[in-house]
Design a protein around this ligand. Sequence first.
Ligand code: PLP
Ligand code: COI
Length: 341
Amino acid sequence: MENNNLDWDNLGFGYHKTPARFVANYKNGEWENGGLTEDDTIVLSECAGVLQYAQTIFEGLKAYRTEDGRIVTFRPDLNGERLENSAKRLEMPVFPKEKFVEAVVETVKANADFVPPYGSGATLYIRPYMFGSNPVIGVKPADEYQFRVFTTPVGPYFKGGVKPLTICVSDFDRAAPHGTGHIKAGLNYAMSLHAIVTAHKNGYDENMYLDAATRTKVEETGGANFLFVTKDNKIVIPKSDSILPSITRRSLVTVAKDYLGLEVEEREVLFTEVKEFAECGLCGTAAVISPVGKIVDHGEEICLPSGMTEMGPITKKLYETLTGIQMGRIEAPEGWIKVIE
Ligand code: PLP
Ligand code: COI
């Protein structure tokens, strides 16, 4: 398969089939070794657990082309660990994180021609996932599962790249207390589809979800965690048991403290505090750090002082340091970069 019809500089966040994917099956209580295949299709029973009761979990990470031409991934061990936690919560067998990293490396190597060039702004998105595959009709976990990894070259998640976003406070909840908001389960995203379609119809780029119990605290968006900057340059990050523990956000905490010397507070954030902040960003693998310029709560506008034309200065420093680490321009903390080739 050739990659020469791809326009790296203008790629959106979409699916482009690449040559190879990894597949491993779980049957009779154990995982087979698994391996690469060219077959991008899946044939399933009409009654497969994933189709009936949404028993599916996934991960998202990226492979980057560095300035000196290597291919690397960023902290894949943490994605492997999070997939283990997601599996436990949905009564699925754990796919061991060491094997997860091996499968990611193998898949990226086999699709190396599809890792976009350094400087293009595009990357190779990696999507590991796992689902219940045998027939299940009573409500119970499946007995058989499939773990897969595919890749797709992607550009920015939000159209317009780093242009500040306008988001709205959603009337819908994404995750319940003691529910599944803290794991990466397909069901959380199915929940958010009506909310995101509604937000787009109303002219917003994304939703801000509040905590379902009191609707007073900031949680996250459909696909990224929040990061705020105070007027005295402190980083504030919402803490909640019902948001996804973003690897980007956890890495930004280290970047802020150890590389930029900033103070970081991880705590509950009341929505009423948001109008006091100087900058706001959405952080995640797909979002990287996407700046937010305006937050609208039922017609009431909060305009962040960083404005609607560019990233705020602290958000920009965080963005440049993080992407510098990922693309090999800045030395990474030990263990953060997994060199593929
Ligand atoms: N929150 C949600 C709901 C997400 O889907 C994602 C994306 O993975 C994130 C946060 C960011 O997590 P990470 O930085 O690990 O990609
Ligand atoms: C990611 O950032 O990897 C995600 O899974 C988020 C999704 C909205 C694309």
